[in-house]
Ligand binder design. Sequence first.
Ligand code: SF4
Ligand code: SF4
Length: 440
Amino acid sequence: MSFKLDLNIENYFWESRCCMGCAMCKYGDWIYAPGIAPKSKKFIHDFAWVCPEWQWGKFDNWGATGRTRLINALFVGDLPWDEPLIHEAAFRCFSCGACDVGCKRNLDLEILLMNQSLKVALVERGFARPEHKGIIARIEKSGNYYGMDQKIRKDWITDDIKVEDKADVLFFVGCWASYKYPEVAQATARILNKAGVPFMLLDEERCCGSLMYETGHLREFRIAARATLEKIRQSGAKTVVCACGYCYKALKVEYPKVLDMATSDLGFEVVHIAEFADKLRQEGKLSPKEELKMRVTYHDACSVGRLSEPWIPWEGIRDAEDWGKLKPPRQFRRGTNGCYEPPRNLIKAIPGIELVEMFRHHHNAYHSGEGGGVLEAYPETAHFAADWRLREADEFGAEAIITPDVHSLHMLKGALERVETDTVGKVYHIAEIVDETYSG
Ligand code: SF4
Ligand code: SF4
């Protein structure tokens, strides 16, 4: 049967048939789980789940195991498309990809693309969530997530920050850092300034469209992707630096995916500020000067970690008469080639700092609750995930969580207001820590 890696649900009949209910999509690699949580002495179970949707809902319709059944029921006609259970199960998914990494330990099924295709199919049939439709209409009208005036988008630029009219490096700031977390935009700009890297901004940057992708609004996302891609190409940038995980993932992975090209065809390189700054550190253009006596942990945002592997298009057949083998063979995205070490290198080089790993890290990281449009439609599920991530950091006696993403920064800061902690008192974006402690 012909098979193309895209967002057409018809391509995932095989996935819906072959899921064997093993539940590897719910758990992290057991090999990383040491057994007893260090502080509470509780059995590791509390921190073994990697699917926050399943951990919240407790039944299999929440998460990949049950969703494959629901999708199969749609295919064979046992359930109608207007079944509310399917809509809720689809849109409570964070699109975090932990299930995909887990499933590929066993069967190499394309579970995340299947999840995402279900959202697209539902939106196409008129079952989009009203909350998502409202925010997307606001983005289309105003150019940004918050519906604010685009004229104040660059108000984060302070007098000490130098921005060029033309440069090889383009800083794509994103809505959340431009309007809500200007300290992240400022820290990123200062890092580039300190290292002597001239950078420019887009004349009229608009929302990257990530929420459109995450919520299955494929038509709207393609329009946003084409427009931003065109602007970046016209700017002549060779490298695009992002500090927001979702902008990074959208530009590097989702634009090529929905525009039917490879990441390598974009015409420019997309890097996260942690990757860029770590390279500058290795070249001697940035070095840690300030001591920071603190026990910290690092949160692997999925957008910067397992979901950031370059996109490689593939089309061929899945040979049902030969054990479902893919022909021609293809390279799988297993989440292991994300941006994991650069932020850790930057943190570990700071004098006085102690980096401890949580149970769930690298491609097995637990989600922070912002993704897939869950915060917008089901805030209770999003806050549940963020609170559990914060508890995990607290188990390890971390005083601060460092994250590479503005969305997870927002979620974990929110969790700090809800969850009583013993040690965790702060959440930083990696750019803030580097700006505070590194000099040029
Ligand atoms: S890991 Fe894959 S095969 Fe196993 S239950 Fe999850 S989706 Fe199904
Ligand atoms: S993408 Fe994340 S939230 Fe959705 S089913 Fe997979 S692990 Fe669960």
